[in-house]
Design a protein around this ligand. Structure first.
Ligand code: SF4
Ligand code: SF4
Length: 82
């Protein structure tokens, strides 16, 4: 999963781009639900939120490191394809 750092400026550009609805406005900055973020695996070649974020504040979450296979498995579970 990816996560949003405190450099987020709450611009709301990323939220509608997420195919998994993993992004939401948090208490202070936008947040990514690691249970829902597949790093866009299954949907796109690149993480869509990273592509649009104007301040580049969405890196990989070191606390939720996942392999491509694990991300694909998460995608299948979320979409009911498994
Ligand atoms: Fe959503 Fe993709 Fe960003 Fe994860 S990487 S939060 S799935 S847009
Ligand atoms: Fe925050 Fe970047 Fe999302 Fe804008 S696009 S709300 S700055 S994480």
């Amino acid at each position: 999963a990816l996560y949003i750092t405190d450099e987020c400026i709450n611009c709301d550009v990323c939220e509608p781009e997420c195919p998994n609805n993993a992004i939401s406005p948090g208490e202070e900055i936008y947040e990514i639900d690691p249970m829902l973020c597949t790093e866009c695996v299954g949907h796109y070649d690149e993480p869509q939120c990273q592509q649009v974020c104007p301040v580049d504040c969405i890196p990989k979450d070191p606390n939720h490191e996942e392999s491509k296979e694990e991300l694909m498995r998460k995608y299948e579970i979320i979409t009911g394809a498994a």
